[in-house]
Design a protein around this ligand. Structure first.
Ligand code: COA
Length: 525
């Protein structure tokens, strides 16, 4: 039981509420496209906005788990959602990845962060075998920044056809002008639907054609929906209008017959403990540890957690539970990682793989324990075991950063580089190779030692200014918005939504058969 009257609980609660106010504000801003002028212009052309298109495409009452809505936030040239709105929802009762170009910003052109986001979306579709519906209206490459995107941008088209080969279909619905790169989106898709008198798809628009060859041609003749449906064959379905196009897309998806194989599901039970209390449980200051079992019991079915090896390696809590009926194996930090906790984690991951049980990592980690005794005890060797297990595990992993994520703890607890199927963070989350104070202190010591070696005097004021500047920089870079801007996660979520978000993600994972492995790299015993 948590004590709601406890001052620490109350301070955490208040801090989290403030953080959530900011999150809601930023999410709202991310839905406003290119702003009033461009939105009005778009609407005055009789077009639906990207989010309206998604809403009309999805089944009535479907969820929509948005991915990386704040990609690019605070970065130079920031555009809402990095130019694409994307997420997972139900289309004709089939889980799909839906991706819509934000046509009210730069004509839906893709910049550098947009490219990263599209790369992440392609990974989600591939790793989870999710059919994709692309709602296309894109001016292609963001031309002034072409040097950053042109060469790596080819990957997106390559991945479309590779997914096709793996029987993971893509449906492209073209609503507007789609030039060059925008044209290869339908070009590489399995099904193409074009909206009459709106969709225009060409390698080069009329001005470039005139410049290149002298030919004078109007847009409709060059790449209109009717031309592509009747003459070029690029379009498979000619839609009367946007709603008709979305109806056709739903019809196309309804013909997909490959179905996911679900595990034996338990009846869904709400947690016994109130998820609202998560706001007071999670420390506002990530340096202050908190009891992770209090988090687990507010996320899992019936608050039932069958703990594994509870008396051993206690800084890593491991155990089995159900979440919306799905079986899961949880690994959750309850302090700094020690040799025993790392070995226990590796063993637990192997057990989950043996039984095809998906993993949920709850990360709140300052790193592995350092110091002579711990080195002698083999902290590197044991940490390597856990990293080996995380790297080679083949059951889906879902990671939630519920506090700090520092040092090799990020890796061992299935950080982004270890390819969890989905990774979400809480607003109190902070991430860096180490804490800002420690990092700037380490650099300070290195500089002092270097000066001593050269017999040079140290300028205390200068050194302190440099230390402070570095500390400020690392603090800025450790912020959860800095992280989400760079696609280090799939989004910042309200802690109270963790259970729902994990359930949608788990369900999506099962579109690909869940099969654990019994094959690992050589363990360093
Ligand atoms: N890169 C960067 N910015 C672009 C862009 C691109 N590819 N395409 C359009 N924009 C910008 C425009 O400069 C304009 O910016 P501004 O409002 O600050 O002046 C804004 O996006 C809207 O464009 P606009 O032309 O006013 O909108 P529209 O709805 O009338 O037309 C297009 C949209 C896509 C038909 C038209 O902009 C176009 O043809 N763009 C070029 C497409 C192209 O050749 N792409 C090649 C990519 S390899």
């Amino acid at each position: 039981m948590v004590n709601r009257a406890d001052p620490v609980y109350q301070a955490n609660y208040q801090a989290m509420q403030q953080a959530l106010d900011r999150l809601r504000g930023e999410l709202l801003r991310s839905t406003q496209g290119g702003g009033e002028k461009y939105v009005q212009r778009h609407l005055s052309r009789g077009k639906l906005l990207p989010r309206e298109r998604i809403e009309m495409l999805l089944d009535e009452g479907s969820y929509f788990l948005e991915i990386a809505p704040l990609a690019g936030i605070g970065m130079p040239g920031e555009t809402p959602g990095a130019g694409v709105v994307a997420g997972i929802g139900l289309v004709s009762r089939r889980e799909c990845l839906v991706v819509a170009n934000e046509a009210t910003v730069k004509g839906g052109a893709t910049g550098e962060v947009g490219l990263w986001k599209n790369g992440r979306l392609a990974d989600i579709a591939l790793q989870n075998h999710l059919p994709t519906v692309l709602l296309v209206e894109s001016a292609g490459a963001d031309l002034p920044v072409q040097s950053k995107i042109f060469v790596p941008g080819g990957r997106g088209f390559r991945e479309l056809t590779r997914r096709s080969r793996q029987r993971i279909p893509t449906v492209a619905v073209v609503f507007g002008s789609s030039t060059a790169g925008g044209a290869y989106l339908p070009g590489m898709s399995d099904y193409v639907i074009m909206v009459k008198k709106q969709a225009q798809v060409f390698l080069a628009g009329p001005p470039l054609v005139k410049m290149a060859t002298g030919e004078v041609v109007d847009e409709e003749s060059l790449g209109g929906a009717e031309m592509h449906s009747r003459i070029s064959g690029l379009s498979d379905y000619l839609a009367e209008n946007e709603l008709d196009a979305l109806r056709i897309a739903r019809e196309v998806v309804s013909h997909f017959t490959r179905r996911k194989t679900l595990p034996e599901l338990a009846p869904v039970e709400e947690p016994l403990h109130d998820p609202d209390e998560l706001l007071g449980i999670a420390s506002a200051d990530v340096r202050v540890p908190f009891e992770v079992r209090d988090v687990i019991t507010r996320i899992v079915d019936g608050s039932r957690f069958s703990e594994f090896k509870s008396e051993y390696g206690q800084t890593l809590v491991t155990g089995f539970a159900r979440l919306h009926g799905f079986p899961i194996g949880i690994l959750a930090n309850n302090g700094v990682l020690l040799s025993e906790s790392a070995s226990k984690g590796a063993q637990f991951i192997a057990l989950c793989n043996q039984q095809d049980i998906p993993l949920v990592f709850l990360q709140n980690i300052t790193g592995f324990m350092v110091g002579r005794d711990y080195e002698e005890d083999g902290i590197i060797r044991n940490g390597a075991k856990l990293i080996n297990a995380v790297s080679n595990s083949t059951v889906p992993a879902l990671t939630v950063m519920i506090g700090g994520s520092y040092g090799a703890g990020n890796y061992a607890m299935c950080g982004r580089a270890y390819e969890p199927r989905f990774l979400f963070t809480w607003p109190n989350h902070r991430i860096a190779v180490m804490g800002a104070q420690q990092l700037s202190g380490v650099m300070d010591m290195i500089k002092r030692e270097a000066a001593a070696k050269q017999g040079l005097p140290v300028d205390e004021a200068q050194l302190e200014a440099a230390r402070q500047a570095l500390e400020d920089q690392i603090n800025r870079e450790s912020d959860c918005y800095f992280a989400t801007a760079r696609l280090w996660d799939d989004g910042i979520i309200d802690p109270r939504d963790t259970r729902t978000v994990l359930a949608i993600a788990l369900s999506a994972c099962y579109n690909r058969p869940v099969e654990g492995t019994m094959e690992w790299g050589v363990f360093r015993h």
